[in-house]
Design a protein around this ligand. Structure first.
Ligand code: PMP
Length: 396
């Protein structure tokens, strides 16, 4: 029989970059602890999930309360579950008025699937426009709009009718036409190595979609809930999407996603044939209760407001001849090195010294810096000291 460790190493021979298999036993705040009790500062937040840090007491307490009430009721149409209703109401109250209808899913990928289907139903069109270097998930629909040929090749045939534009390139916007059902893009590209578009580009994109009757789908699965210093990243650009995609931090550590649209758009799923989108576990009551609790903590503790100062501290400290630049917004940052080989060596050294970070799926020469928003200035300073030491150690 294989041990868990052997299984992991067999399955991840190509992808794992950890110098040794780390087994985490518990996590609290910004720290994760291995089985020997060694603390590691979490600089990746489970890829945009743990915005409040780990084991937040309000979130954990709320989960326990909900588990005592019920975990799953399969209900459609005539029945609703209280945690879903309360969470949807709260989300709608913090979103622009036009985004007033929430459909909960299991994951980010499922939110992408639901949104693309909805755009097709609402517009009656089949063409989709997506961006080079995008990442929207791992299911077939989400893979179809992923902007990286290398990762898709093995899974063809994928969805037909998808064309790709360059992110933040205004010239490409003419490819959005009156035949296009939707444009899907990340408001701030994550796996491309954190790319922030220009405000003028996002406004021109919004305008082009409105002119052509195309639905604008913004994927904020990685960028929402304070990560960039605003509740939603689209707020930086003065635009509102037609469909907003959420997941990751949405559930406060529990798995839940959502696509959010106007009631008018969402009602396209109610037209004949009536099968819109169905999901057994989507909007699981325990996840919705946790998500609502997480949102309460985020807002009550004014965590977003502290993000710009924390970003500034990272930018001030991460200065080194080997760092070619620090990109991003808020606590969604990337530090660029000359090559993947150097980046990987630095990351390995950081992990050895108690700082967990990694690289990006489509950008292997850059290091991910996306800690929980609760990270203190002292912890940022400590993490940066370890990163700088690792650079010196590996560059020499
Ligand atoms: N969109 C973006 C921008 C993401 O970063 C991710 C996950 N990394 C997804 C979609 C897919 O989400 P999930 O893994 O929950 O399916």
């Amino acid at each position: 029989m294989l041990t868990l460790r052997q299984l992991f190493l067999n399955n991840n021979a190509q992808t794992t970059h950890f110098p040794l298999l780390l087994e985490f036993e518990r996590a609290e705040g910004v720290y994760m602890y291995d089985t020997a009790g060694k603390p590691f500062i979490d600089l990746i937040s489970g890829i945009g999930v743990s915005n409040l840090g780990h084991s937040n007491p309000h979130v954990v307490g709320t989960i326990k309360e909900q588990v005592d009430k019920y975990m799953h009721l399969m209900v459609y149409g005539e029945y609703v579950q209280t945690p879903q209703v309360r969470f949807a109401e709260k989300l709608v109250s913090i979103l622009p008025e036009s985004l007033n209808s929430v459909y909960f899913t299991n994951s980010g990928s499922e939110a992408v699937e639901g949104a693309i289907k909805l755009a097709k139903r609402y517009t009656g069109r089949q063409q989709i426009v997506a961006c080079h270097n995008s990442y929207h998930g791992s299911t077939h629909g989400a893979l179809s709009v992923m902007g990286n040929e290398e990762f898709k090749q093995a899974y063809r045939p994928l969805l037909p009718g998808v064309s790709f534009i360059r992110f933040n390139e205004p010239v490409d916007l003419h490819l959005i036409t009156s035949e296009t059902a939707c444009v899907i893009l990340e408001t701030i590209q994550g796996e491309a190595g954190i790319r922030v578009p220009d405000k003028a580009y996002m406004q021109a994109l919004r305008q082009r979609c409105t002119e052509t009757g195309t639905l604008l789908i913004l994927d904020e699965i990685q960028a929402a809930f304070g990560r960039t210093g605003k509740l939603f990243a689209f707020e930086h650009f003065g635009i509102v999407p037609d469909i907003l995609l959420l997941a990751k931090a949405l559930g406060g550590g529990m798995p839940v996603g959502a696509f959010v649209a106007n009631t008018n758009v969402m009602s396209a799923f109610k037209e004949n044939p009536i099968l819109g989108h169905i999901t057994t576990f989507g909007g699981h009551p325990v996840c919705c209760a946790a998500g609502l609790a997480a949102l309460e903590v985020l807002l009550n503790e004014q965590l977003m407001e502290q993000v710009p100062a924390k970003e500034a501290l990272f930018r001030e400290l991460l200065v080194h001849p080997a760092i070619k630049g620090v990109r991003g917004k808020g606590l969604m940052l990337a530090a660029e090195f000359e090559s993947f080989e150097l980046n990987k060596k630095i990351i390995d050294r950081c992990i050895e010294n108690g700082v967990i970070t990694d690289w990006f799926l489509h950008c292997s020469n850059s290091m991910r810096i996306a800690p929980p928003l609760i990270i203190t200035h002292e912890q940022i300073t400590h993490a940066c000291t370890i990163i700088l030491e690792a650079i010196d150690y590996q560059s020499n």
